[in-house]
Ligand binder design. Sequence first.
Ligand SMILES: [Zn+2]
Length: 185
Amino acid sequence: MMELLWIDLADSLWHDWKGDGHAEDRLESREWQAAFLERNRLSAPVPASEEEVAELRRFRDELRGFSVRLAAGEAATEDMVHAINDQLAEQAVVRRAELEEGGSVRLSWTPAADSWRSVRAEAAADFARSLAEGLGSRIRLCDNGNCKWVFLDDTRNRSKRFCDDKLCGNLMKVRRFRERKKTET
Ligand SMILES: [Zn+2]
């Protein structure tokens, strides 16, 4: 499944999932910023200014807070919608009608400026889209307590517990196995 933009932003707070879970804020990393923009086909100045990083962090932490609540089974609330709208209000877009082959008309829009403000608005719109599509109840936090990544449970029976079964899933399996052996001996 393709990673959603808002989840990509939410997971910029990286934790040492194999070790003790210590956190590393990747928002501050120029390499992370460039890679994040590239994989989401967005553009903004790199490195982001201190103020831009602070604004991104504030919104990122909001998204993480909302994810925790949604993952716990809460429904969307007024403050979530407010936070989304605050971000959307900052975005200026340019709309364009384009004539396509066969005479159909397509309406497209692009951000008026390449900026981190637009990136935040895109992430907010993406989060809103997830909620509008009823995906709110599929938002999860990785069951590896040292990882804490946000992900969407795309399984039919909603049984996905780890951000990645091969990574966190396996690690936890190995840990459980070791615990069992320890109590057995
Ligand atoms: Zn994980």
